[in-house]
Design a binder for this molecule. Structure first.
Ligand code: ADP
Length: 484
């Protein structure tokens, strides 16, 4: 099959979160299976990987260059837009007041490029709100030779609210789409708002989320900010496909940032010794004290979804009970960041705590290896990758039972679950009492039942969360019926 992915992220060259990992993992697996999978992403200013010029073309009167590169074994095309507003001459992927026009332009330009090429495409696979307009453009405006348009919702809370004029700016008659059955936002208080994600849901042939549980949850209003009505209307075309994790990209046996390699094939003593070296590296780097109790932590964007309140209470509870706690993350929300800056100041002399606010791939990997437990109290979680990465690195997840977290983490004491599947600690309510109780169980398992704890580590490191099964599920979705 010829499959074109439109995405705003592609790990490791352009990553802000899980979407980057997923785009790369899925493309790699589809390529390995013999399909022609091509990802098109913007050529952001910070992308320095070598690429070759392939085509010059114009879109809405502006010049563009499409460049080709091979990233992690995948065919990636980088759209270099010579737009007067310097849409991609930016330091970051998201977070600008003109994000909507930036990504609308990106999507239109990609489709113009595909149209000019004129090749038949089996699947146009769109990822999240920034490129969701691609479904409408491909089908109704440019009439691309595409057999099927798929939209994946990596997070239904980010919807891309636009105005009619934003659509006009990419050559649509915006006002025509301000209708309840088209792109008008479902929020009755915002009747003039265009909802780009909604447009993708309405016009795509199939829509999927990144876990089965989240596919059900988004039908409830509290999970999908005003879109539940639309999602319920189209629920016949919505399914859930659990994300995979690329075992080669997340492999403690082959991770250049770790002081000592380790892997599932080794004895528990060797694994623990390698994790101990990662702890020592961080102790030295950040003047942390050793601890006889577990190292607990989180690697996360600090936003409402990730439950900042419980990240804070978990940090406090862990420190009060003698554990080390490491938090790597940062927040695009200045109020939340300010609050965590204050916390950092409070704990600056505490040798059991590390609060580090940056996006840092190397440090993330060292922390995954050093931790004993990864704390993930998310309010909601479409899939979540950190629990899967943690397990690969022999770090047990402590998670709130929601979305993809409850599809991948099964409590070590859940008698209804086959022992082989149990792999972490779950708590049912996203409140401090439940989260503290879960951390208490983690500490007790670590301190009082070392054999059980070690057996769990060996088990989780052997679990397979690769892309084989998810890629097969996507191929099923791609080939189920077709448009032309
Ligand atoms: P989301 O996509 O909602 O942010 P996921 O759990 O799906 O959450 O994916 C998060 C990805 O981003 C993981 O690969 C994680 O390691 C990475 N990540 C999150 N915060 C940081 C950070 N501060 N530094 C480095 N990597 C990070």
């Amino acid at each position: 099959m010829k499959i074109i992915h439109l995405s705003t992220e592609f790990a490791p060259i352009a990553k802000a979160g899980g979407l980057g990992d997923v785009a790369t993992g899925l493309c790699r697996e589809l390529t390995r299976m013999g399909h022609e999978a091509i990802a098109i992403i913007p050529k952001y200013e910070f992308i320095t990987e070598s690429s070759r010029e392939e085509t010059h073309f114009s879109c809405l009167g502006h010049a563009n260059v499409m460049r080709g590169a091979n990233i992690e074994g995948c065919q990636v095309k980088l759209l270099e837009a010579h737009h007067p507003k310097g849409f991609f001459q930016r330091e970051h992927i998201y977070g600008y007041p003109d994000d909507v026009p930036r990504f609308l332009y990106f999507t239109r330009a990609c489709l113009e490029y595909l149209k000019a090429k004129g090749e038949t495409i089996d699947v146009l696979h769109l990822h999240d709100w920034p490129v969701a307009i691609g479904a409408l453009l491909a089908k109704e405006i440019l009439h691309l030779p595409v057999k099927k348009v798929i939209l994946t919702l990596h997070n239904a809370a980010y919807q891309g609210l636009a105005g009619v004029r934003d659509l006009d700016a990419i050559g649509l008659h915006g006002a025509e789409y301000l209708r309840k059955d088209r792109l008008q936002d479902d929020n009755p208080d915002a009747p003039h708002s265009i909802n780009l994600l909604k447009g993708g849901i309405v016009y795509a042939d199939a829509v999927n989320t990144v876990s089965p549980s989240y596919a059900k949850e988004i039908l409830e209003p509290q999970f999908s900010r005003h879109l539940s009505e639309t999602l319920n209307r189209y629920k016949g075309k919505i399914s859930g496909i659990l994300n995979g994790l690329d075992p080669a990209l997340w492999d403690p046996m082959n991770d250049r940032y770790l002081p000592k390699a380790y892997g599932a094939g080794q004895s528990i003593e060797e694994i623990l010794a390698a994790k101990q070296s990662a702890k020592e590296l961080l102790q030295k780097k950040f003047s942390l004290a050793p601890s006889k109790l577990p190292w607990i932590g989180a690697i996360t964007r600090i936003v409402h979804q990730k439950n900042p309140r419980l990240l804070e209470s978990g940090l406090k509870y862990s420190l009060q009970h003698g554990c080390n706690f490491l938090l790597l993350g940062s927040s695009p929300d200045p109020d939340i960041q300010e609050h965590f800056n204050r916390l950092k100041a409070i704990y600056r002399h505490n040798e059991q705590a590390l609060l580090y606010f940056a996006y840092d791939e190397a440090l993330a990997r060292q922390i995954y290896a050093a931790l004993d437990f990864l704390f993930i109290p998310s309010v909601y979680e479409p899939c979540g990758l950190t629990q899967l990465i943690g397990m690969r690195y022999g770090t047990l997840p402590i998670v709130h039972a929601t979305g993809g977290l409850k599809d991948t983490v099964f409590d070590y004491e859940d008698a209804l679950m086959p022992r082989q599947k149990r792999n972490g600690i779950l708590f049912q309510n996203a409140d401090a009492a439940d989260a503290d109780a879960a951390i208490r169980r983690a500490i007790s398992l670590f301190r009082n039942y070392p054999k059980n704890y070690q057996e769990l580590i060996s088990r989780v490191m052997q679990l397979k969360f690769d892309w084989k099964q998810p890629a097969r599920a996507y191929l099923d979705l791609y080939s189920k019926g077709s448009r032309v």
